[in-house]
Every structure is written in C-alpha cells, then in structure tokens.
Design a protein around this ligand. Structure first.
Ligand code: PXP
Length: 239
C-alpha cells in the first residue's frame, strides 16, 4: 500500500504567523525521500493553509505524484488546468468546516462532476473522487468517468465502539472491493493514524492512502523522515 503524505498542516503552522516557514515544500521533499509515493495538498477556496505558490512549486519539485485536492469550482478548475498536477482529488468543501466533512454526493452533483472530470482528464490529469464508503456512490463515480475513488475512512477512524469500528471497516472494505470490480482504483483517506491504519492496510484492494494530520503531528516531535518511515512500516505490516 502506497502512502501519499498530505502537507497541508505544515502550511497551517506557517500561515499562523503569515511567515515563510515552515515551508510545505521542504516537508514534501523530506516525505518523498523517506518513501512517500507522492504529496497531497488541499487548495481551499479560503486559502487557509496551502497557497497557489505552494502548488506551483510542488508541481516543479515533487518527484512522485502531486495530488491536488480541491472543490470542483470554476476558479479551482482553472488553477488545476494551468498547473496540471499528476492527479486531482475532487472533494466537497463547506464554509467554516475544520476539515472535509464526508464524501461527495456524486448523484446530487452529477452534471458538474462529469464536466470537471472530463476537463481534467482531457489535460492528462488522473481524477479521483472522494466519496463515502457506499457502493452506490462508487457506481456513480465510475459513471462520471473517475479513474480512482478515495474512500472516506473518517467515520471508521472516529468510531470507538468495537461493533461500530467493525461495521465501518466493513463498509470501507466492501466499497473498495466494488470499486476494484468496476475497474476503478481504490484509495483511502481521512482520519488515519498510527493506531488505526493497520486495519485499513489489510484491505488489499486499497492501493494507496492519503494521510496528513497524524503524520505532520508526529513529525513535529520526531521529524518528517522518521514519521513517514514509521507510517510506511505499519502499512507494510498489516494487523
Ligand atoms: N483525504 C481527503 C480527501 C482529505 O480532505 C483529507 C484532509 O485534508 C485527507 C485525506 C487527510 O486527512 P487527515 O489529515 O485526517 O490524514
């Protein structure tokens, strides 16, 4: 299972002072040197952490896959088509949310998503849709032309009751199997930590995870290199 490291929260620390450090570009280089397959950043409409300048520089410096997460707005689509990251993950984005709250409702936004996916793919960008672990959403993601579904692992990650953990895990597993059977690649992400990631690593159909908060939190204490290596070790040794 591959690991794409989300460096948004390195930018969060920088933006707390509107300063020039710590630079997410340095974090990205260290994460890749430690074995990450690529780097993810979420360019939010309010630019609260990642800035346009970061995406431009990462496009020039990331050796693996640069995955740009964004809401499919006209403005952000234009930015993506100009910068042309290797991959775009389309996500919902609500005003004032602390982090992404749940996956896209592909049915409700089908025409806009179909159009956005087509435009990005015409530019050679691989497109992933962030969806809840729901087989119906997987089918609609396939119908609008996505290459990948990133299955939302946040509800699984936040569950505390053992039965609920098992139920949520099963939903993620079933959605990943359905995606693979439909010819989509299955990725996972949101809320994954050093404590819960091994269960997800057991799901063979999930070929990549995107992890940000937990890796950056650990990197504050042990450095990005060790934080990434420790996460990779867990991904290589499922529970
Ligand atoms: N995947 C998506 C679509 C996200 O929006 C986020 C958060 O930016 C992540 C993965 C990473 O989540 P976390 O920071 O909880 O690891």
């Amino acid at each position: 299972m591959r690991l794409s490291v989300n460096v948004d929260h390195v930018a969060t620390i920088r933006q707390a002072r509107m300063a020039d450090e710590p630079d997410p570009i340095w974090a990205a280089a260290q994460a890749e040197l430690a074995g990450a397959c690529g780097i993810t950043v979420h360019l939010r409409g309010d630019r609260r952490h990642i800035q346009d300048r970061d995406v431009l520089l990462l496009k020039k410096t990331v050796a693996g896959v640069l995955n740009l997460e964004m809401k499919a707005t006209t403005e952000l689509l234009a930015t993506a088509l100009e910068i042309r990251p290797g991959m775009c993950t389309l996500v919902p984005e609500g005003d004032g949310e602390l982090t992404t709250q749940g996956g896209l409702d592909v049915m409700a936004e089908e025409p806009q998503l179909r159009d956005a996916v087509a435009k990005l793919k015409e530019s050679g960008i691989t497109v992933s849709l962030f969806i809840d672990p729901d087989v119906v959403q997987v089918g609609r993601a396939k119908a609008v032309g996505a290459d990948i579904v990133e299955i939302h692992t946040g509800i699984f990650a936040e569950a505390t009751d053992p039965d609920e953990i098992q139920r949520e895990f099963e939903k993620v597993r079933v959605a990943a199997i359905a995606a693979t059977e439909m010819g989509l690649k299955a990725h996972g992400g949101h809320g994954l930590t050093y404590r819960n990631v091994q269960a997800i690593a057991e799901i063979e159909e999930i070929v990549e995870v995107s992890i940000g908060h937990s890796v950056v939190s650990r990197a504050v204490f042990v450095g990005m290199d060790l934080a990434v290596r420790e996460m990779l070790a867990l991904l290589e040794a499922p529970a």
